[in-house]
Design a binder for this molecule. Structure first.
Ligand code: NAD
Ligand code: USQ
Length: 397
């Protein structure tokens, strides 16, 4: 039986991934310091779905699946010895690393959040790599990166999977072909930490021959997966607040409670999306297709499709009758962009991506309807601004 440690296994992507792997014959352990639950308290926001404590979650899983998932309460950024000892005792074949501060708006609010995001994300990633290197173990690291490392504008180019093949001309017309990391263009402090992670991976793959896969994932939407549906205590989190709520889930939530859909600026931003059910499938595929020792970092784009924000709003508005509000854009980002992204690797591995679909929208809206008495209108507006010139994304009338 293969063993997998899931760092950040209490979070939105990590929890359903832990259950999916446990359901499919893996021995699973979770490391999480529950910092996301503390950030909920700090922001006065909570998942719309009532999430059980980590203890109740694990007990419920044992009840429905008969499987045990081990839990280690460790801060991977600040407790190096704890992390190393957990890896040493659990002896995983693979580690999936989700344990980072992942909200771009949260990372841009103020100096404290900027510093926390960099300290937490970079130290956590580096501690993981050093621990594996110090232990001398051959463990496959699967990391969740983001589409945002590329920026979102290929200017007609289909964004490749991590590397760009270039030819540099010398002074005497000689040519030097190279394969380089796609130049990064992060749009927030959070996205910048994912760009910096890439260099840490490149170094440890070369120097220590660690086997590393970096998954550049698009915006995740949806809530439940096959496994989280099995018991109310397994329910996944659903964020809709101005910091952690992502665009499509926010729009679905806003439609269900009668709030106008908050399109930032013109809504001309084009982004990549993926359903949470596909996230968990992709992680399993990545674990099952590791690089060899000495290989360069494998980079896959974990996306299903691209969509323009105003088109998402239009689709949901036509489906539900919700009003669209074009609000000030709190972010410094291109008002309009085109985006084409290759997802050739996951397709070749057999992924048939879930595309935006009315039935799945309805399922998400049903979840929202079920828990809408927990909805807190005070946390909906996006108040974190990228620069002094930006204004919060507040609906004015
Ligand atoms: P999340 O905030 O729900 O989960 C992250 C988990 O990591 C939380 O449970 C948190 O407590 C834990 N964590 C954070 N710092 C930690 C530390 N120092 N030590 C131990 N645990 C720590 O986020 P998510 O939406 O599940 O995202 C998971 C990963 O996937 C992130 O790295 C994110 O960048 C990436 N990702 C997410 C999306 C998305 O739309 N949600 C899209 C692309 C990439
Ligand atoms: N947006 C709106 N209205 C809203 C919320 C967002 O118009 O109410 C716009 C934003 O301005 C942005 C786009 O929608 O142009 C996407 O915003 P988002 O909050 O859905 O996503 P983002 O901040 O990019 O971050 C999310 C996750 C992050 C992950 C990233 C993948 O929080 O962890 O890395 O998606 S990606 O965007 O592909 O880089």
């Amino acid at each position: 039986m293969k063993s997998v440690l899931i760092l950040g296994g209490d979070g939105f992507c990590g929890w359903p991934t832990s259950l999916h792997l446990s359901a499919n014959g893996y021995r699973v352990g979770i490391i999480d310091n529950l910092s996301r639950r503390h950030i909920d308290d700090e922001l006065g926001a909570a998942s719309l779905t009532p999430i059980a404590s980590i203890g109740q979650r694990l007990q419920a899983w044992h009840g429905v699946a008969g499987q045990t998932i081990d839990y280690f309460h460790i801060d991977i950024a600040n407790d190096y010895a704890g992390l190393r000892d957990a890896i040493d005792s659990f002896k995983p074949d693979a580690v999936v690393h989700f344990a980072e501060q992942r909200a771009a708006p949260y990372s841009m609010t103020n100096a404290t959040h900027k510093r926390y995001t960099v300290d937490n994300n970079i130290r956590g990633t580096h501690n993981l790599l050093v621990a594996i290197s110090e232990l001398g173990r051959d463990i496959h690291v699967v990391h969740l990166g983001t589409m945002g490392v590329y920026g979102y504008d290929g200017s007609g180019l289909e964004i490749p999977e991590g590397y760009l093949d270039v030819v540099v001309k010398g002074p005497n017309e000689e040519v030097y072909p190279r394969s380089i990391l796609f130049p990064t263009a992060p749009g927030s402090v959070y996205h910048m930490t994912k760009s910096m992670d890439q260099l840490l991976f490149q170094f440890y793959a070369r120097n220590d021959e660690l086997r590393i896969t970096d998954l550049h994932q698009g915006i995740v939407w949806g809530t439940q997966t096959e496994e989280t549906r099995l018991h109310d205590d397994l329910i996944n989190r659903f964020d809709y607040d101005g910091d952690y709520g992502t665009v499509l889930n926010r729009f679905l939530m806003q439609a269900a409670v009668g709030h106008a859909l908050t399109v930032h600026g013109t809504g001309g931003q084009t982004r990549a999306l993926i359903n949470i059910q596909d996230t968990v499938r992709c992680i399993r595929l990545a674990i099952e297709h590791p690089p060899q020792r000495g290989d360069r970092v494998k980079i896959f784009n974990q996306v299903a499709e691209t969509q323009r924000v105003r088109d998402l709003a239009k689709t949901i508005s036509e489906m539900t009758g919700a009003r669209i509000a074009y609000v000030d854009n709190p972010r410094k980002e291109a008002a309009e962009n085109d985006l084409r992204v290759s997802n050739a690797t996951f397709r070749a591995l057999g992924l048939k991506p879930i595309l935006l679909d009315q039935q799945l929208f309805n399922e998400t809206i049903e979840i929202v309807e079920r828990f809408k008495d927990r909805y807190n209108p005070a946390v909906v507006a996006a108040r974190s601004v990228w620069t002094r010139d930006n204004k919060p994304g507040v609906v004015k009338d």
